[in-house]
Design a protein around this ligand. Structure first.
Ligand code: IFM
Length: 441
């Protein structure tokens, strides 16, 4: 099938079509109405950590402009919205008192979207951990599992029956590896042992939270979202082939084996040596709870090299403003592999999109590269479904340009352009294409 011929009618009528955002990236209002600081508020204050020295103080001012953004979401014609709760907005210290003003914000947002028929997919942890918990060691401290479970249960108790799904963590690999091993994301630690302890606690808290939330009697679908991609060796050199398999273990099998098979992969455990995390008896049983869905965030494929030089330009494919190769086939391949190796009950593409340099000219952003990216990845999703993979959702990342973490505001992933001086929102051509695709009769 030519990707330019993709039609909504090739998907089931009950397919979920959405756009996604996260709290820190869009909300702003970093200290309003009793919100506590998150690790990203503090990280942005460290010189040299954010490319444009920006922060999330204002972001897209979604906390103030949420009604306009609800209109925008509805205008696109999607039937679902994926968003996250800022934990320090609803519990400033990450334990103890709840902040009712914070909960009130999400309450009105959820009601406004639900009234207009938009299914709400809530993420509990899209990285903005309360700084007060980081002061006690963050995710490297096992106590976080209990704090997270109590937070998850309170959110589920208040909102669960109005939600289409609850996701515990978004991209635990990024939280732990970029945040605790490489130190390029908050909290900026550089320790492999802390990183793998953090990974283990993220996965354990996922299992504990699922048990506790289900204990409320909720039937809301619950799961987790991972950033995954196929990994290719940079050459036929057996050393590159071995490196690619190890990297697959570090990025994919460590998470998938634990969540779906209740084990950590032996080769990765051996590789970690003394940095292997402390795992108590029954932890892996707790981690391997039934997931109603597995969310997959896919942007590109990866190449692994044991030292042989490799350059993304050698693929001959389009590269995004993040330097990521555009490779839609990788999404098909990934979804098929996850289905074959792990059989999740349901797979959702919970993030997919691209940063490109946009130009707003006369009220128009002609972002044809992003449009093609979204279109071709929707087609790649369909290709996986045609091969029998149970995919139920596609969420474009992102609803609008926002704070792209260590890259600041320079990298634009939005379907909607945001002028960060005036906060004016303008639908890019990719948004108009998506709207048109979704409205096909
Ligand atoms: O912006 C991020 C998002 O927060 C998590 N997934 C990847 C996106 C693009 O980098």
């Amino acid at each position: 099938m030519s990707h330019s011929e993709i039609s909504r009618h090739q998907f089931p009528d009950n397919f979920t079509w959405g756009v996604a955002t996260s709290s820190f990236q869009i909300e702003g209002a970093h200290d309003s109405d009793g919100k506590g600081p998150s690790i990203w508020d503090n990280f942005c204050d460290i010189e040299g950590k954010i490319a444009d020295s920006s922060n999330g103080h204002k972001a897209c001012e979604h906390y103030l402009r949420w009604q306009e953004d609800v209109d925008l979401i509805c205008h696109l014609g999607v039937n679902a919205y994926r968003f996250s709760i800022s934990w320090p907005r609803v519990q400033p210290d990450g334990q103890g008192a709840w902040n009712e003003a914070g909960f009130a914000f999400y309450d009105k947002l959820i009601n406004a979207l639900a009234e207009r028929g938009i299914a709400l997919h809530l993420t509990l942890n899209h990285w903005d951990l309360p700084q007060a918990l980081q002061d006690h060691g963050g995710w490297a401290n096992r106590d976080l599992c209990g704090h997270f479970t109590r937070y998850a249960t309170e959110v589920a108790r208040r909102f669960g029956s109005r939600l289409a799904s609850i996701c515990t963590h978004n991209e635990p690999w990024v939280i732990a590896i970029l945040g605790y091993e490489q130190g390029i994301f908050a909290p900026g630690i550089q320790s492999r042992s802390q990183a793998f302890q953090a990974v283990h606690h993220l996965l354990l808290s996922h299992g504990m939270a699922l048990q506790a939330m289900r204990g409320l009697g909720l039937t809301t679908p619950m799961g987790i979202v991972l950033n995954l991609s196929p990994i290719y060796p940079a050459s036929d050199d057996p050393k590159d082939v071995a490196k690619a398999w190890l990297d697959d273990g570090l990025i994919l099998r460590w998470y998938m084996d634990a969540l779906f098979h209740g084990t950590y992969p032996q080769d990765v455990t051996a590789h970690l040596g003394q940095d292997v995390p402390v795992v108590l008896p029954d932890d892996l049983v707790t981690i391997a709870q039934h997931n109603d869905f597995l969310g997959v965030n896919y942007y590109t494929r990866n190449f692994s090299s044991s030292g042989n030089p490799w350059d993304v330009a050698s693929t001959g494919n389009q590269v995004t403003d993040m330097g990521w190769e555009v490779y839609p086939q990788g999404l098909t391949e990934l979804l098929c592999r996850l289905h074959a190796d792990y059989q999740p009950k349901l797979l959702w593409v919970t993030e997919n999109g691209a940063a490109f340099k946009d130009e707003l000219v006369g009220g128009v952003v002609n972002d044809e590269l992003r449009l093609a990216y979204i279109r071709d990845h929707i087609a790649a999703t369909q290709d996986a479904m045609a091969q029998g993979v149970p995919v139920g959702a596609y969420f474009a990342w992102s609803l609008m340009d926002n704070f792209e973490w260590a890259s600041g505001y320079a990298k634009r992933f939005g379907l909607v352009h945001v002028d960060f001086d005036t906060q004016k929102r303008t639908l890019k051509n990719s948004a108009l294409w998506y709207q048109n695709f979704l409205s096909e009769k």
